[in-house]
Design a protein. Structure first.
Ligand code: PEP
Length: 256
C-alpha cells in the first residue's frame, strides 16, 4: 500500500501565540494512523518552535522552501543542511507561489529538489498548470515539463524518497477545487511519467493533491485511486478543519 501524506502549508501566516494554540490543538486531535504521515510546513522563523512543540508527537514538520546551495554567500537563504539540523522532514519545492511570484524556473526547482535530498530531507515537488494552460489543453505538457526537469537532473531513483504534489494554480487559495475526476486524471498522468522510467517505483510514489481542499471536499478527492493525500493551505490554519481533512485521508486509507 502506498504511503499517504497530509501536509499543511501555513504560507506566510502565524505568530508564536497563534502557532502554539494551533499545534496544541493538532497534537490533541490528530490520531496517529499507520501509513499516513501528517506534517506542517511553517515559515522559517517558527520552525524551531514547531520542532520543539511537535517533538514526541506523531506529527512531523517541514519547510516551505530551501536554497539550491548547501552553504556560502547567499544572503537571506536557508539551506537543506540547516533545516536538517533542526530535524526537518519535508520541504516544499516549486510551490506555484515561488514559481510565479519569485520567478523560480524548472532548472532552479530541480536544483532545490537535489539540494533537499542531499541534506536527507524529503522534497515535496509541487507541479501544476495555470487556468490558461488548462483551457489551452496544455495540462499534460506542463506537468511533463515540470517533472522532466527533475528526472533529468536527479534521475528516476530520486523519486523513491520524494513526494509529488499536484497543485493546479487555478485552485490554490481560490476556493475553486479540481473535481475528483480532474485530480485523478492529472495524478494518473504524473504517475505515468515516472512509470515510463520505473513502473515499480511509480506504483509506490506518493502523489498528493493541493488546491482549496476543505473538510467538505477532502473525502471524495482522497478516494480517487491515484490521490494519496493532500497539501493543504488555508484549511491547515484552522485546527478543526485540518483535523477533519486528516480524518478523511485516514478513512480513504482504510477503504483501500
Ligand atoms: C497551498 O498553499 O499549497 C494550497 C493548496 O493552498 P489552499 O489549500 O489554500 O488552496
Amino acid at each position: 500500500m502506498r504511503r499517504r501524506l497530509v501536509a499543511g502549508n501555513w504560507k506566510m501566516h502565524g505568530s508564536r501565540a497563534v502557532n502554539l494554540a494551533l499545534l496544541s490543538s493538532l497534537k490533541r486531535s490528530i490520531v496517529p494512523i499507520d501509513g499516513l504521515g501528517v506534517a506542517v510546513c511553517a515559515p522559517f522563523p517558527y520552525l524551531s518552535q514547531v520542532a520543539d512543540s511537535l517533538r514526541g508527537s506523531s506529527l512531523v514538520w517541514g519547510a516551505q522552501d530551501l536554497s539550491e546551495h548547501d552553504v556560502g554567500p547567499y544572503t537571506g537563504e536557508v539551506s537543506g543542511p540547516m533545516l536538517a539540523d533542526f530535524g526537518c522532514a519535508y520541504v516544499l519545492v516549486g510551490h506555484s507561489e515561488r514559481r510565479v511570484l519569485h520567478g523560480e524556473t524548472d532548472r532552479q526547482i530541480a536544483a532545490k529538489f537535489g539540494a533537499a535530498q542531499r541534506a536527507g530531507l524529503i522534497p515535496v515537488l509541487c507541479v501544476g498548470e495555470t487556468l490558461e494552460q488548462r483551457d489551452g489543453g496544455e495540462m499534460q505538457a506542463v506537468l511533463r515539463r515540470q517533472v522532466d526537469a527533475v528526472l533529468k537532473a536527479s534521475g528516476v531513483a530520486a523519486f523513491r524518497r520524494a513526494v509529488v504534489a499536484y497543485e493546479p494554480v487555478w485552485a490554490i487559495g481560490t476556493g475553486r477545487t479540481a473535481t475528483p475526476a480532474q485530480a485523478q486524471a492529472a495524478h494518473l498522468h504524473l504517475r505515468s511519467l515516472v512509470a515510463a522510467q520505473d513502473a515499480g517505483l511509480a506504483a509506490e510514489l506518493t502523489i498528493v493533491y493541493g488546491g482549496s481542499v476543505k473538510p467538505g471536499n477532502a473525502k471524495e478527492i482522497f478516494s480517487m485511486p491515484d490521490v494519496d493525500g493532500g497539501l493543504i493551505g488555508g484549511a491547515s490554519l484552522v485546527a478543526e478543519d485540518f483535523t477533519a481533512i486528516c480524518s478523511a485521508a485516514a478513512a480513504a486509507q482504510k477503504q483501500e
